[in-house]
Design a protein around this ligand. Structure first.
Ligand code: SAH
Length: 354
C-alpha cells in the first residue's frame, strides 16, 4: 500500500452515512451522472452489499474510485446461540472489543427482532446488565440496519417467514442516538431499504423527555414504549438515575405531546420487581400516571442479573397486578413472559459477553 492510499484509508468517509443528496454530490465530484447515486443506494440498502466490487453495474473504474475514497463495511457476525425456546442471540462485532447483541424471538404469532442502538449504555439502570457497561459508541444507521437484515435472514431460513416486528430494546438508549436511530428507521421502512411498515417498529426509551417531544414534532410513525417501572419519583429515582433529570411530570408532558402530534398510543413498560414495585399501591400509582394518555401497559417479567439485588415477582402476584389494572382501571395490559433466559438473551441481560 502506498503512503497516499493508506492516508485515504484513515480518512475515508463511511458511504452509508450519506443521504441521497450527498451521494449525488459525491458522484458529481467524480464526474459521474446522478443516477449512479440511486444505483449505489440500491446496492447498499436494498441488498446489503458489503463491497464496491460487487456493484457490477458501476463499471470497474468507478468501483475502484469508490473503494479508494469511501469506506463500506457491514458488521461482522459473531457467536450465535439458540435457546431451548427457539430464541436466537447473535453477537455483532463492530470493531475489536465492540460487540452488540441482537435477538430473534419467534412465537406462534410474531417474528420479532430485538436490536441494539449503542455499544454499552450511559444510563446505568439498577436492574439492567447493559447498564453495567460503559457507553463506547453510538451505532450508525448502517450498523443498526445490518442487525435487522441478518436477523430477518435467520427468520426466513429457520421459519420460512420474514420479520413481523422490530423492537429497539437491545443494548443502549435509542433516544440518545436519535439521528442514527431515525435514519435506520428510514432505511428499514423506505425504498431503497427494507420496505417494512413503521407500525411494526417500536422504539423503547428509559425516558428522555426532550427526545420524546422531538419524536412528536418529527411526526414519527413508529411506536413508542416508555420504560416506566415505577410511578413515583422517589421509587423511580432509586432504580433509574435518568429520572433525576427527567422526572415523571416531564415525562407525562412529553408523552402527551407525542400522542397529540402522532395519534399513536404509547406503551408503558413495567418490569415487576418483587416487593419493590409489585404491590397494589404501586399498581394504583401506575394507573394514575398512565391515565394521562390512551395507552397500553406491558408488564415484564424480571430477568435477574448477577448481583441479585432484585428478584422476579411471583406469578400469582403478577396476575393480581394485571387484573387489578384491568378490572379497576380498565387498562389494556399484557404480560411479557421472559424468553431466551438460558442464553442470557432475555430483556436486560444483553451485555456483549460473547
Ligand atoms: N434503553 C431502552 C431500551 C433498552 S432496554 C429502555 O430503557 O427502554 C429494553 C427494556 O428491557 C426496557 O424496558 C428495560 O427497562 C428492560 N429491562 C432492562 N433490564 C431488564 C431485566 N433485567 N429484566 C427485564 N427487563 C429489563
Amino acid at each position: 500500500m502506498t503512503a497516499s492510499s493508506s492516508q485515504n484509508q484513515s480518512t475515508r468517509k463511511d458511504i452509508r452515512t450519506l443521504d441521497r443528496n450527498q451521494l449525488v454530490e459525491a458522484m458529481e465530484a467524480l464526474g459521474q451522472p446522478a443516477f449512479r447515486a440511486k444505483q449505489i443506494e440500491s446496492w447498499i440498502w436494498d441488498r446489503g452489499t458489503a463491497s464496491f466490487e460487487h456493484m457490477t453495474n458501476l463499471g470497474a473504474a468507478l468501483q475502484k474510485q469508490l473503494t479508494e475514497q469511501f469506506e463500506l463495511s457491514c458488521v461482522a457476525i459473531g457467536e450465535t446461540q439458540v435457546s431451548r425456546d427457539g430464541t436466537v442471540k447473535i453477537g455483532f462485532e463492530l470493531a475489536p472489543g465492540q460487540t452488540v447483541e441482537g435477538v430473534l424471538i419467534p412465537t406462534s404469532k410474531r417474528m420479532t427482532a430485538c436490536i441494539s442502538s449503542q455499544v454499552g449504555c450511559s444510563l446505568s439502570c439498577a436492574f439492567c446488565a447493559t447498564g453495567r457497561l460503559k457507553l463506547l459508541k453510538n451505532l450508525t444507521a448502517g450498523e443498526i440496519v445490518d442487525q435487522v437484515r441478518h436477523i430477518a435472514g435467520l427468520a426466513r431460513e429457520d421459519h420460512g417467514k420474514g420479520l413481523s416486528n422490530i423492537v429497539y430494546m437491545g443494548m443502549g438508549e435509542p433516544l440518545l442516538n436519535y439521528r442514527n436511530v431515525m435514519d435506520s428507521i428510514d432505511r428499514i421502512t423506505g425504498t431503497p431499504g427494507l420496505g417494512m411498515s413503521p407500525s411494526r417498529i417500536t422504539v423503547s426509551t428509559a425516558g428522555i423527555a426532550k427526545m420524546i417531544r422531538r419524536m412528536g414534532d418529527d411526526q414519527t410513525r413508529v411506536n413508542l414504549a416508555l420504560s416506566l417501572h415505577a410511578a413515583t419519583d422517589e421509587k423511580r429515582n432509586e432504580i433509574m438515575a435518568i429520572n433525576e433529570t427527567n422526572d415523571l411530570a416531564s415525562l407525562r408532558d412529553a408523552i402527551q405531546h407525542f400522542y397529540t402530534k402522532t395519534g399513536t398510543r404509547p406503551t408503558f413498560e413495567y418490569v415487576l420487581l418483587r416487593d419493590f414495585n409489585d404491590r397494589m399501591e404501586d399498581a394504583q400509582a401506575l394507573a394514575r400516571f398512565a391515565r394521562c394518555v390512551p395507552c397500553k401497559i406491558n408488564l415484564i417479567e424480571y430477568n435477574p442479573i448477577d448481583d441479585g439485588k432484585y428478584q422476579r415477582s411471583h406469578r400469582d402476584n403478577t396476575e393480581d397486578f394485571q387484573h387489578f389494572l384491568e378490572d379497576e382501571f380498565n387498562m389494556i395490559v399484557n404480560v411479557r413472559r421472559s424468553r431466551g433466559e438460558d442464553i442470557d438473551a432475555a430483556c436486560g441481560q444483553l451485555a456483549g459477553k460473547s
